[in-house]
Design a protein around this ligand. Structure first.
Ligand code: CTP
Length: 403
């Protein structure tokens, strides 16, 4: 990926992850980008202007009113000369200021005075990240078209575990390429991805669901987008942020998921990673089902849900060139996956063992086998992000072969 001739304005806010932006600047420079840094007052507690200036080979801007900075009052010019504004790390405070249009220092003023694309790489403590205020502020920014990469999950500098780590530098670089207009091997391709569980109502308050977190499907949508595809992610209920640059359609039931997928067609590739409920209650009760004293437990009549993967894979002019399914199994993995490949008419099955001992459901790692008509390829245990990246590369190669 070359970024030759691209101008990046990098805003560094105050968080321990600020040190990682030093590596980010190096990697951007290696790819030919020109990087100008804006350091907030809080950011200067974590990295020095000297280090930023040395790596970017540009003066660093810190003060809205400094007459010595060649920016002077011309913050409009600074953003006008950039192709992309990247905020890394984006703190809860700076995100809040952006969401509400505050401009009380150089960084927030530049961001408000900009009509250029903006990419946020949030990093903060897990409780701050999960706080409804932060999530609401991010939703405002995403609705305005601001790109987002990460945060990742894992152990944090404060000793807590969870979401809030700055995205790894390679992921930020991919997101920068996407925000700048792609150029990846899937540019011009349309992708449809299903993710998460479905919830099938019993009555207005109860549902039948499953343990799918949506992590794998969301990661695949993000990976396809990073390669330049225009991605629609149809997601069942999942507690995950919307991936950057991806159009997300939120549904609850299998019937809604199928309808949303059909609306999203045509697509070059469809990846069905959702854990769709096989059955639904035939006639959900209109009112909450009461347990009348001493009464017998209710018996629900179930009906089969549509098979979204099989429907998308049906032959016809609207069939995506590549239809990929998952097989979540607890025994006889490969045999079941081979049978599903044939039964559902898809081109590839990504088979994974979801027995409780593997920790796949809800976890961050996945060990998969690619089952195709021409054989089985076994991948090592990888993070779900890595599985998604490899699968996106494979999709790009397979689509190239099918042209
Ligand atoms: N799938 C789907 N629609 C359904 C059921 C499954 O699109 N109604 C897709 C899943 O997204 C996945 C693949 O089919 O890509 C296999 O899902 P899985 O739950 O493993 O298989 P089932 O079809 O439920 O088969 P079985 O119950 O025999 O395991």
């Amino acid at each position: 990926m070359t970024l030759a001739g691209r101008h990046i304005l990098l805003v560094i806010a105050g968080g321990i992850a600020a040190y990682k932006c030093l590596d980010l600047i190096r990697r951007l420079r290696e790819r030919g980008a020109q990087v100008r840094c804006v350091l907030t007052k809080a950011g200067s507690h974590f990295v020095t202007p000297m280090a930023l200036a040395a790596l970017s080979e540009q003066p660093v801007f810190e003060d809205l009113f400094a007459l010595t900075d060649d920016f002077g009052m011309s913050h409009i010019r600074a953003s006008r000369e950039s192709d992309l504004l990247v905020v890394a790390p984006a703190t809860a405070n700076l995100i809040a200021k952006m969401a509400h249009g505050l401009a009380d220092d150089l960084a927030s003023t530049l961001l408000l005075a900009s009509d250029k694309p903006i990419l946020l790489a949030p990093a903060m403590n897990v409780v701050m990240w999960n706080h409804p205020a932060t999530q609401a502020n991010l939703a405002i920014l995403r609705n305005r078209g601001v790109f987002q990469v990460g945060p990742g999950t894992g152990e944090m500098a404060c000793g807590e575990e969870g979401a809030g780590r700055l995205a790894e530098v390679p992921l930020i670089l991919d997101a920068i390429a996407t925000a700048l207009g792609g150029g990846g091997p899937l540019t011009g391709r349309r992708a449809l991805v299903t993710s998460g569980p479905t919830f099938e109502p019993i009555d207005p308050v109860r549902y039948i669901g499953n343990r799918s977190s949506g992590k794998q499907g969301h990661a695949i949508a993000a990976a396809l987008s990073r390669l330049g595809a225009s991605v629609t992610l149809v997601s069942g209920p999942a507690a995950l942020p919307d991936p950057a640059g991806v159009q997300v359609v939120k549904v609850e039931t299998a019937v809604e998921m199928l309808a949303a997928c059909q609306t999203a067609l045509p697509a070059d590739v469809a990846v069905c990673a959702a854990a769709v409920a096989d059955w639904r209650v035939a006639t959900p009760a209109a009112q909450k089902t009461k347990k009348s004293a001493g009464g017998a437990p209710p018996v629900f009549e179930m009906t089969l849900n549509p098979d979204i993967l099989a429907t998308l894979a049906e032959a016809g002019p609207g069939r995506p060139k590549l239809v990929i399914g998952f097989a979540a199994e607890t025994q006889d993995l490969i045999d079941h996956a081979r049978a599903k490949l044939v039964r559902k008419g898809c081109d590839l099955i990504v088979a994974n063992d979801v027995s409780a001992a593997t920790g796949t459901f809800g976890g961050d790692a996945n060990q998969v086998h690619l089952v195709g008509a021409d054989g089985v390829e076994t991948w090592p245990s990888l993070s779900k992000t890595e599985v998604a990246g490899r699968l996106a590369d494979r999709i790009a190669a397979l689509l190239g072969e099918r042209d």
